[in-house]
Design a protein around this ligand. Structure first.
Ligand code: SDX
Length: 431
């Protein structure tokens, strides 16, 4: 961690204390408040952690005002254009772009871990057919700790590495199986002669009656969606993984916790919620009604796919995703799809509306990813599982970074207690 070069002075009552400050590579300085309670007897108060840095990291940087997102210093737009998902996985995990030999070795290791333990199939059969695929993923990923005992010891670097590769490799297989199970079709095994994105598409759309030939435009779009969702600093699900890991929980349990958090409609569930919203709007003439609802303080409705905790400018991933959407819509011949017409008109009207402009609410990554996935033929229930699949490498990279942090402590926030003061128990006869 960088040396502190300056202090912040804080006066609390009759006490004045000096708190060290640290300057990052990029972004705002931080005030180190680790000794605040010991020195001044007070807590800070920051529900939602809008002004709180929970850790120091070298993986991903976001500048929400400038719409900047980098992974290990490389801008997301360049990675989306010039790289591919498994190379980005290597970059996130190990900190540098791989050499040709390193990339070939990494891709070989991932490819040869894509099958899951055959007995895990019984897990799927325990779910109702109409179970949400995210419920299946949370359950099956958590259950991996019951099958892969040789990669659960977080204190063993080799086991951490094996668990990392297993999770990245098996998530597409598990997501595809969750999809197949809910539509009543047989599972399709992965194939080692296909790239990561093509393998996933085939496991989702191939059937015994006829194989599925992957269109290179679709596999490129799928790979790009994976890349754009790979990591995103200390978002809610990543913070969940870090908090779970701080107790020493095994990697599969931590990733299952991340999947559970991502499911929420305010987070990774927004892509599904966005498409469902577009379907509810139905036709462009109903857009003003929904924009009015989104602006109404008394109405909890929000425009799904708009706004972001950090980006107060265009989400740079949305910019790339929007280009991908046009390619896929053209290929699939769905540019005249009524839902997609609603999406384009909604984007136009919202961006022209002062409410959204003033509050800096722009379309985010989830607005366009849902459109592409819909055009590719995925049901909305598969949108968030695909997000979870892609984000696994981000969760794993942050998990590894935290375990290597010599400052690692169990995460244990305090609170502003507003409840009753101490009082004596009242016997029931006297109540
Ligand atoms: C992801 O953190 C990450 O990095 C997440 C993510 C990742 O890659 O991990 O980027 C993925 O989760 C993207 C976000 C997907 N969620 C949605 O699209 C759901 C819709 N968006 C909102 O729920 C909301 O914008 C959040 C949850 C994303 C952000 O919430 P904040 O930061 O708490 O924003 P806020 O509630 O403080 O909003 C500020 C104002 C509020 O109005 P006022 O109280 O100031 O009057 O903007 C309003 C909000 O009511 N507002 C919206 C809105 N989002 C915020 N009004 C209408 N529609 C919206 N979508």
């Amino acid at each position: 961690m960088a040396e502190s070069t300056k202090n912040a002075t804080l006066t609390v009552g009759d006490k004045t204390i000096e708190l060290p400050m640290f300057s990052p590579t990029s972004g705002p300085d931080v005030i180190d408040i680790r000794k605040l309670y010991a020195q001044a007897g007070v807590f800070t108060y920051d529900p939602g952690f809008t002004s709180t840095a929970s850790c120091d990291s070298t993986i991903t940087f976001i500048d929400g005002d400038e719409g900047i997102l980098t992974h290990r210093g490389y801008p997301i737009g360049e990675l989306a254009e010039k790289s591919h998902y498994l190379e980005v996985c290597y970059l996130l995990l190990y900190g540098e772009l791989p050499s040709p030999v390193e990339l070939e070795d990494f891709e070989h290791r991932v490819t040869n871990h894509t099958m899951i333990h055959e007995q895990m199939i019984n897990f799927f059969r325990g779910f109702r057919r109409d179970a949400h695929p995210m419920a299946v993923m949370v359950g099956v990923v958590g259950a991996m700790s019951a099958f892969y005992h040789d990669s659960t010891d977080i204190n063993d670097e080799w086991q951490r590495e094996v668990a990392s590769i297993r999770l990245i490799a098996k998530m597409p297989t598990i997501a595809a199986m969750a999809f197949k199970y809910t539509i009543g079709q047989p599972f399709v095994y992965p194939r080692n002669d296909l790239d990561y994105a093509s393998n996933f598409l085939r496991m989702c759309f191939a059937v015994p009656a006829e194989d599925y030939v992957v269109d290179p435009i679709l596999s490129r779009a799928m790979d790009r969606i994976f890349t754009l969702h790979a990591d995103h600093e200390q978002n809610a699900s990543t913070s969940t993984v870090r908090l779970a890991s701080s107790s020493g929980a095994n990697p599969f349990a931590c990733i299952a916790a991340g999947i559970a958090c991502l499911w929420g409609p305010a987070h990774g569930g927004a892509n599904q919620a966005c498409l469902e919203m577009l379907k509810e709007i139905g036709t462009p003439d109903r857009i003003p009604e929904f924009i009015a609802r989104a602006k109404d303080k008394d109405d909890p409705f929000r425009l799904m796919g708009f706004g972001h905790r950090v980006y107060k400018n265009f989400d740079p991933r949305a910019t790339v995703m929007k280009q991908s959407a046009d390619e896929v819509l053209e290929l699939m011949g769905v540019e005249n799809n009524p839902i997609l017409q609603v999406a384009k008109e909604l984007e136009k009207q919202a961006l022209e509306d002062p409410y959204f402009a003033d509050k800096k609410l722009f379309p985010n990554v989830d607005f366009y990813s849902g459109i592409i996935l819909e055009a590719m033929g995925f049901p909305t229930s598969m949108f968030t599982p695909i997000f979870a699949l892609a984000r696994t490498v981000g969760w794993i990279s942050q998990w590894k970074e935290q375990l290597n942090d010599p400052q690692l402590k169990i995460g244990r926030p305090r609170q502003l207690y507003q409840g009753e003061d101490i009082r004596a128990y009242v016997d029931i006869e006297k109540r």
